[in-house]
Design a binder for this molecule. Structure first.
Ligand SMILES: Cc1cc2nc3c(=O)[nH]c(=O)nc-3n(C[C@H](O)[C@H](O)[C@H](O)COP(=O)(O)O)c2cc1C
Length: 212
């Protein structure tokens, strides 16, 4: 019992999380801490979408950019996720930072980043990845085990020593949050959950505390 009381006292001593009123600023703080605490892929996030039958789908992607407009990852828009996003205009993201005992969940609307933004990011990628983006028909059935390697060699020969432009189907998707939930694991399952909600991207945030 005294262990429980001590835990409750300690919880009150953490104002940072409990009193936050700007979810983007709070995400920024947690993400900066995750980059320090997580040896691998603090930017990895599970991206959930639904297909045209309402069947959920989920896979990992990497967060490449983040600001008050939303959370950006890059992909092939002809992939399963790309087609699902184009059909619904919606997606959800989940981060789990193991060493920090934290989870962030985001639900929102999607938009493609501008061509200039996608070009600028594509230009920073290693040449092999740029060629890979041309070679992979992401999510489509591969004819045989060598097809991807053959396509990569073909694309490498096609571009020679010249610059590799961004494929038209390869771009960034920004998830514009309507909901952001911050979860922090606590002893005795007294986890804290704070959720920020808004009705539209230009509407003010409301804040709620949820039972864990
Ligand atoms: C840690 C990790 C990071 C990944 N990052 C990306 C990414 O940023 N973009 C991407 O298109 N696929 C990424 N992938 C691959 C996807 O999980 C997925 O296999 C691929 O995009 C095809 O998904 P889809 O068929 O649902 O469209 C990543 C996989 C892992 C394990």
């Amino acid at each position: 019992m005294s262990e429980l009381l001590n835990t409750l006292k300690a919880l009150r001593a953490e104002p940072d999380f409990a009193s936050a009123d700007d979810p983007f600023a709070l995400f920024g703080r947690w993400f900066a801490q995750a980059k320090e605490a997580e040896p691998e892929y603090p930017e990895a996030m599970c991206l959930a979408t639904v297909d045209e039958h309402g069947m959920p789908d989920a896979r990992m992607v990497l967060l490449k950019d983040f600001d008050e407009r939303g959370f950006v990852f890059y992909t092939n828009m002809e992939s399963a996720k790309g087609r699902q996003i184009m059909a619904t205009g919606k997606a959800a993201l989940t981060f789990w930072w193991r060493n920090l005992h934290r989870q962030v969940r985001i639900r929102g609307l999607t938009e493609q980043v501008s061509d200039a933004e996608a070009d600028a990011y594509f230009a920073t990628r290693p040449r092999g990845s740029q060629i890979g983006a041309w070679a992979s028909k992401q999510s489509r059935e591969m004819e045989d085990a060598q097809a991807l390697k053959k396509a990569a060699l073909r694309e490498a020969a096609r571009f020679g020593l010249g610059e590799v432009p961004r494929p038209p189907y390869w771009t960034g998707v920004r998830v514009i949050p309507l909901q952001m939930e911050f979860w922090h694991e606590r002893p005795f399952r007294l986890h804290e959950r704070i959720v920020f909600l808004r009705d539209a991207p230009d509407a003010p945030w409301r804040r709620k505390r949820l039972y864990p």
